[in-house]
Design a binder for this molecule. Structure first.
Ligand code: R5P
Length: 291
């Protein structure tokens, strides 16, 4: 038996294989059966290493189902392995990183306790929503960036005087990182979100710098597509040419892709932290390095 096992359920298998290929070790496939009431029953298809296991699972939609499967895998691996690393390429709940309104739960704090309680020794994640979230997550965690890999993808493109744009000020550093890696300029819009309804509004007054240029909107995640739609409409009003959308995690809920295309987004590029039609940038290498 190898000193390392990489464990995954079928939905994360492709990325987990890629990681296993790079770091070596035994691949242990886990199966999932869903009971009529929605409960997940997870079964390991082989023995976990006595030394170290790496469990790979994003907590993407269906978030709570994937989360319980991940926690179950960690707990099962820990029955045999001295150390268990949780690789959570997309960390769901990371946006609940502070008490925005009185009475709200800082769910990242709860998650940290759950992961530690299940038996994880440490974690690796990709482009977690915020540093504030990781501070609340009580487990030693490496957060790696897929932004250079996304930028590399766009370097090859024939874009007209491109500029990287973050749809909100919170993502300005990401746009800077993307711009630097792609060798292009960057800027950030100002966005506000209604805490009650979730509705998004672009509050930037002027974006004359995008006139006559192709734009790459860069964000950590696309969920409903609302942020990208509003940013695209705003940028088109200011005379930009083509709009591409790049993100690390494409959750794509509620017809997001269709809405973005309707708004005028010509290309959507994401990584395989969440498998899907837009997930063309592979993060197995950067995760393997972090392990
Ligand atoms: C927000 O701060 C995030 O960085 C994303 O911009 C946001 O979560 C995307 O969500 P949606 O696609 O629903 O606008």
């Amino acid at each position: 038996m190898a000193s390392l096992s990489v464990i995954a359920v079928p939905s994360s298998e492709d990325l987990a294989y890629g990681i296993c290929d790079r770091i070596g070790g035994d691949f242990v496939r886990a199966s999932v059966r869903t009971f009529p009431d929605g409960e997940s029953k997870v079964t390991l298809g082989g023995m976990a290493s006595e030394e170290r296991s790496v469990v790979v699972q994003s907590s993407c939609p269906p978030v709570d189902t994937n989360l319980i499967q991940l926690l179950s895998l960690i707990a099962k691996a820990k029955e045999r392995s001295a150390a268990v690393t949780a690789v959570v390429p997309y960390m769901g709940y990371a946006r609940q990183d502070r008490e925005f309104l009185p009475g709200e739960v800082v769910t990242m704090r709860v998650l940290g306790r759950l992961f530690a309680g299940a038996g994880a020794s440490n974690a690796v994640t990709v482009d977690v929503h915020s540093a504030a979230g990781l501070e609340q997550f009580a487990l030693s965690t490496k957060n790696v960036s897929a932004v250079p890999a996304l930028a590399e993808h766009f370097r090859e493109r024939d874009l007209k005087n491109p500029i990287a744009v973050s749809p909100d000020l919170g993502g300005k550093d990401r746009a800077r990182e993307f711009g630097k890696a792609a060798g292009i300029e960057h800027t950030a819009l100002e966005k506000s979100r209604d805490r009650g309804t979730g509705a998004v509004r672009i509050t930037t007054k002027n974006a004359s710098e995008v006139r006559g240029r192709d734009v790459v909107l860069i964000d950590d995640m696309i969920s409903t597509g609302g942020s990208i739609v509003k940013a695209t409409q705003f940028l088109r009003k200011h005379g930009c040419l083509r709009v591409s959308a790049a993100c690390t995690h494409a959750l794509m809920v509620g017809g997001a892709e269709e809405k973005m295309r309707e708004a005028g987004v010509s290309e959507i590029v994401s990584t395989n932290t969440i498998p899907g039609g837009t997930s063309v940038v592979d993060v197995s290498g950067i995760i393997a390095e972090a392990l």
